[in-house]
Design a protein around this ligand. Structure first.
Ligand SMILES: C[S@@+](CC[C@H](N)C(=O)[O-])C[C@H]1O[C@@H](n2cnc3c(N)ncnc32)[C@H](O)[C@@H]1O
Length: 205
């Protein structure tokens, strides 16, 4: 077995041992260890959340006084203290449903969205960025002033444009690749700190 495969296997094994639904949970836990994103009592929205590893981790940290909402096209098996919505980010109703469950603003929005991959990297990259842009649009409507966001992206020709766009609405954007993310996978995570909603006077047209 190659070293990379052995490491991947190691996270899968760990997830199983710790009753997490996906190995993806270790990407979030490692990012959280470095950047202290999630805190007790937070309102957390997770977009592209199935099967629910990130939700399990987030709800443990948010605790009983927090609120965790997960959205996905696919069913998510119930998790205590987590609200799950079966919706497409492309669907107009999705934002209204999140707002209804949230009852206020979120402290953090996370997206681990990924399309079904075709194997043609540039196409998968463009589809993934397009999906993640939907998550950014949702973010603009639900995130509190100075709140944070975490977005997965598949790297490719649109990466720099996407990063530049997030820098327009966040004070700081950090690109990070946790150890649990396979070196050869080309996925990256954008940690976007301190949301600055555009002032009405900044919006042209
Ligand atoms: C990598 S998985 C997320 C894993 C998750 N973070 C975890 O820890 O279990 C990506 C998810 O994005 C979802 N997804 C893809 N397109 C979507 C869309 N248009 N609307 C909602 N979810 C979508 C997929 O169904 C898939 O479950």
């Amino acid at each position: 077995m190659k070293l990379a495969d052995a490491r991947r296997d190691q996270y899968r094994k760990l997830a199983k041992e710790n009753n997490y639904r996906s190995r993806a949970v270790y990407k979030l836990s490692q990012i959280n260890k470095s950047f202290h994103l999630l805190k007790r009592g937070m309102k957390i929205v997770d977009i592209g959340a199935a099967p629910g590893g990130w939700l399990q981790f987030a709800s443990k940290i948010a605790g009983d006084n927090g609120l965790v909402i997960g959205i996905d096209l696919k069913d998510i098996e119930p998790i205590p203290n987590v609200i799950t919505l079966k919706n497409d980010v492309d669907d107009r109703e999705t934002l209204a449903l999140i707002l209804k469950s949230l009852g206020g603003k979120a402290d953090i929005v996370m997206s681990d969205l990924a399309p079904n991959v075709s194997g043609l990297w540039e196409i998968d990259h463009l589809r993934q960025i397009d999906l993640t842009r939907k998550a950014v649009e949702i973010t603009k409507n639900i995130l509190r002033h100075d709140g944070n966001a975490l977005y997965k992206i598949f790297q490719g020709e649109s990466t720099s444009e996407f990063v530049a766009d997030t820098r327009k609405i966040f004070s700081e954007v950090i690109l990070t690749k946790p150890d649990a993310s396979r070196k050869q996978s080309s996925e990256l995570y954008l940690l976007c700190k301190k949301y600055k909603p555009p002032k009405v006077s900044d919006i042209s047209g």
